[in-house]
Ligand binder design. Structure first.
Ligand code: ATP
Length: 377
C-alpha cells in the first residue's frame, strides 16, 4: 500500500530544472529520507509534496488520490499532512498545551486539550504543559513542535531538516521520540536532510538526490554498501581511491589483482574503499597472507596519526605512487610519523568503478562476490 506518491515531478525555476523526474512511493509507517548536497532539489521536492510549491509537471497522490496534477492543486491544509521545519515557530502567547491543541480543529473544542496532553506525553513533555514557549529550552520547544505536528494524526509527515538546530545529545533524543511516535501512528514520512548519519539512523529507505534527480534509492545498509558510483559512495564517508588500468579484463594494483570483466583494455578504473576497510600492519610478517579476502599488503610510511575519540585516523604515504591513503582503526593506534607500515584492503568492501570521464558503464564488479576476486599468489 502506498500512502504518499510522488509521480514524475519536475520543477523549473527560470528555465532551470531544480527537480527532474522525481518519483517515489512511501508506505504507511515508512520513513524515506531525501539525502543530498545543498541545492540538489530536496526542499523543492518536499515543498511540492506539501503543496506550498506547485510542480511544473507530474503528480502528488495521497492514498491513491491526486492532490495535485495538471488540473487540481489542493492547498497544504487540505492534504492531511503534518509539516515540521527547522525554523518551526510556536505561538509565544499560548501555553505549551494550547500550542499543541491549536491545530486540532477537527475535534470538538472540549476534547482538544486532552488530546494535546496525550501527545505531549508521547514526546516526554507532560511536565511542561502549562509553560510558555520562552520558558523552554530549544530541544523542548522542538519536541512541542513535534507534538503539535503529530497531534492531528496526519497521514503524511513532511520534515525539512527538523533536527538541525539541536545539539548532539538533544538531537538524538528528539529524533528517537519523533521516530517512535511516527511509526506508531503509521504516518508516511518524507524527511529532508543533508546529513548522511541522520539518514542512516532515521530512514527505512534513503533516496539519494543529485542535480534535481533521485540517483539511487535503497535501505540504509544497501545504499551504504552498494553505492552506484563514486559520488554516491563519497556521500557517506571519506574515501580512498586507488587508480588502475584494465589489461586483459583484470586490473593490477599494489594490493593485488581485481577482475574487471566487461571493461576494455586501457580503460581507467577507480577502486574505492572506505578508511575503516583498510587494514594496517606494523610489520610485513604480520601482514595478512595473500588471500582472496585481503589481497596483498602494500608498504607505505605514516604521514600522520591522530586519535579521534572512538577511533584513530592514520594517513599513509604509499611507496608505489606517493599517494596518501587513510585508514581508521578502532581505539588508540598512533604509530609515529615516518614508521613503515603495510596496508591491505578488505576486498568485499571495495567498489570498482570505471572512471566517470571515460565511461558511463556501471561497475561490473559484484560487491561481495569473492569469486570475482583473484589474488596474486
Ligand atoms: P539545501 O539543502 O541547501 O536547502 P536543497 O537540496 O533543499 O538545498 P532546493 O532548496 O530544493 O535545494 O533548491 C534546488 C535549486 O532550486 C537550487 O538551485 C535553488 O537555488 C533553486 N530554487 C529553489 N527555490 C527557488 C525559487 N523559489 N526560485 C528560484 N530558484 C529556486
Amino acid at each position: 500500500m502506498t500512502r504518499l506518491s510522488l509521480d514524475s515531478l519536475r520543477k523549473t525555476f527560470g528555465g532551470t530544472d531544480a527537480v527532474r523526474d522525481v518519483s517515489i512511493d512511501i508506505a504507511p509507517g515508512e520513513v524515506v529520507c531525501l539525502l543530498g548536497p545543498s541545492g540538489c532539489g530536496k526542499s523543492t521536492t518536499l515543498r511540492i509534496a506539501a503543496g506550498v510549491e506547485r510542480q511544473t509537471a507530474g503528480r502528488v497522490l495521497i492514498d491513491g488520490e491526486a492532490v495535485s496534477d495538471e488540473t487540481r492543486h489542493d492547498p497544504p491544509e487540505k492534504r492531511s499532512i503534518g509539516l515540521m521545519f527547522q525554523d518551526f515557530a510556536l505561538f509565544p502567547h499560548l501555553r505549551v498545551v494550547d500550542n499543541v491543541a491549536f491545530g486540532l480543529t477537527a475535534l470538538p473544542r472540549g476534547e482538544r486539550r486532552g488530546v494535546a496532553a496525550a501527545y505531549l506525553a508521547r514526546v516526554d513533555m507532560s511536565g511542561h504543559a502549562d509553560k510558555y514557549p520562552h520558558e523552554l529550552s530549544g530541544g523542548e520547544q522542538q519536541r512541542v513542535a513535534l507534538a503539535r505536528a503529530l497531534a492531528p494524526r496526519p497521514q503524511v509527515m513532511l520534515m525539512d531538516e527538523p533536527f538541525s538546530g539541536l545539539d548532539n545529545r538533544l538531537r538524538d533524543e528528539v529524533r528517537d521520540a519523533a521516530l517512535s511516535v511516527l511509526k506508531a501512528e503509521g504516518s508516511a514520512v518524507l524527511l529532508v536532510t543533508h546529513d548522511p548519519e541522520e539518514a542512516l539512523r532515521m530512514a527505512d529507505r534513503i533516496a539519494l538526490m543529485r542535480g534535481g534527480r533521485i540517483e539511487q534509492v535503497g535501505a540504509p545498509y544497501h545504499i551504504y554498501n552498494n553505492p552506484k558510483d563514486r559520488a554516491a559512495a563519497a556521500f557517506f564517508s571519506d574515501l580512498n581511491v586507488i587508480h588502475g588500468v584494465v589489461r586483459s579484463r583484470q586490473t593490477d594494483t599494489p594490493f593485488g589483482l581485481f577482475l574487471t570483466p566487461g571493461l576494455v583494455d586501457d580503460a581507467d578504473v577507480e577502486i574505492v574503499v572506505r578508511p575503516q576497510h583498510l587494514r594496517i600492519d606494523l610489520d610485513e610478517g604480520r601482514a595478512p597472507e595473500s588471500t582472496a579476502r585481503t589481497g596483498v599488503a602494500a608498504p607505505g610510511t605514516v604521514v600522520r596519526a591522530r586519535f579521534m575519540g572512538s577511533e584513530s585516523l592514520i594517513e599513509v604515504g604509499m611507496e608505489h605512487d606517493g599517494s596518501i591513503l587513510r585508514a581508521t582503526v578502532p581505539g588508540v593506534f598512533t604509530p609515529e610519523r615516518g614508521r613503515r607500515v603495510w596496508l591491505s584492503l578488505r576486498r568485499e568492501a571495495c567498489h570498482l568503478f570505471p572512471c566517470a570521464a571515460q565511461s558511463k558503464v556501471r561497475s561490473p564488479y559484484v560487491h561481495g562476490d569473492e569469486a570475482a576476486i583473484r589474488d596474486t599468489a
